[in-house]
Write a protein that binds this ligand. Structure first.
Ligand SMILES: [Fe+2]
Ligand SMILES: [Fe+2]
Length: 367
């Protein structure tokens, strides 16, 4: 609570004897008083002095007391105002309070009533100032906490992004490790991921599934890690026995990747297990047919054969795209899901853009 000597009070009245009497009463109680004879003078005084409380007449020539009240409160939000009037008009009183006056006293003025109103006005002013300060501190605190929370969220997102990049890279490298022996650049795995994603999007799979298939697709042949070199790299035709050994890569891949808590590895396990199944049931390892073959497997079958036909290998040369597509169309409905094969053909522009980006000999094809 302010000591009276610290509370400067501005008395505004066009009657000089009212200014004098109020000054005398208040000064006697220790208040520091200044006076103004009209609204203009009062506004000047408010601009010059740090006034805590203003007692203002209502009926004055020039700016009225109510106008002065409105302007003064707008310019000095911490100013306490008490209105004094000779007219006991409830409507004027209500208006004064609505404009922010703390009190309303009726003339003839009574010393005690004035002193009580001033003390109350100053007390209320103090409370309002403290209240505002608390509110501002709280807002500041909330802003600060929000900023810190956002910082933490950004850091978490960065960590999450980094983790996901390193997780994906680990998977890619694992897939490449299996591929290196018969594909030195191992770009087949990267293209597989992209082709599978393109076809999954075309097939209308949910966005999350398409992303998962992109990262898991490269794992389809991870089981080749268990295929001996003399069979994997054999240039000529394989014997029936050798082919049986090659076929095992599906199940080895599945065993390597399954029973994981990672959705990506689980998806990789399904793709490894089913990418050599054929739509008519003549594929391996389980001879699944039609939609019994998981959609990821049917997608991978189309993409894998396309990339194998259009890439050089140690044991064979690449087919031109047209020839490769012709061969694939012969397998429409027998080897491949006809709907997915059609969608893959529709997406050929995107597919070839990927093929062009990841070229095995590391030199970009001319556009
Ligand atoms: Fe395979
Ligand atoms: Fe493959």
């Amino acid at each position: 609570m302010l000591a009276p000597q610290d509370a400067k009070i501005l008395i505004v009245d066009d009657e000089s004897y009212i200014r004098e009497i109020l000054s005398r009463w208040l000064s006697k109680d220790g208040y520091d008083c200044i006076t103004a004879g009209n609204g203009e003078e009062a506004l000047q005084a408010l601009a010059l002095h740090h006034v805590c409380l203003m007692i203002s007449d209502i009926m004055m020539p020039g700016i009225s007391g109510l106008e002065l009240l409105a302007t003064a409160k707008k310019q000095h939000q911490d100013l306490a105002v008490i209105m004094a009037t000779a007219v006991d008009d409830r409507q004027v009183g209500t208006q004064a309070l609505e404009l922010g006056a703390y009190g309303y006293v009726i003339k003839p003025l009574d010393r005690n009533e004035i002193l009580i109103n001033v003390a109350n006005g100053l007390h209320l002013r103090q409370l309002e100032m403290e209240n505002r300060r608390h509110r501002e501190e709280l807002e500041h605190l909330v802003d600060e906490r929000t900023r810190k929370l956002q910082e933490t969220i950004h850091k978490l997102q960065d960590t999450e992004r980094e983790l996901s990049i390193s997780r994906e890279e680990t998977i890619q490298r694992l897939a490449m490790a299996a591929e290196f022996r018969d594909d030195e650049t191992a770009l087949h795995t990267v293209r597989m991921g992209s082709f599978c994603q393109i076809l999954a999007v075309k097939a209308g799979l949910p966005a999350a599934a398409c992303e998962l298939i992109r990262t898991a697709g490269p794992l389809h042949d991870v089981g080749k890690i268990g295929t001996p070199d003399n069979i994997l790299l054999k240039p000529g035709k394989l014997t029936a026995e050798e082919f049986e050994i090659i076929k095992k890569h599906s199940e080895i891949g599945h065993r390597l990747l399954s029973n994981s808590r990672s959705a990506m590895l689980e998806k990789g396990a399904i793709i490894a297990w089913t990418h050599h199944e054929k739509f008519n049931g003549s594929g391996y390892p389980r001879g699944l047919a039609g939609e019994d073959i998981p959609v990821e497997g049917r997608i991978a079958a189309v993409c894998d054969v396309f990339d194998a036909l259009t890439s050089d290998r140690v044991y064979k040369k690449a087919y031109p795209i047209d020839k490769a597509l012709e061969i694939m169309m012969e397998g429409r409905g027998s080897h491949f899901d006809p709907v997915l094969l059609d969608l893959f053909m529709d997406a050929m522009e995107e597919v070839l853009a990927v093929k062009d980006e990841y070229v095995d000999n590391q030199t970009r094809q001319a556009p």
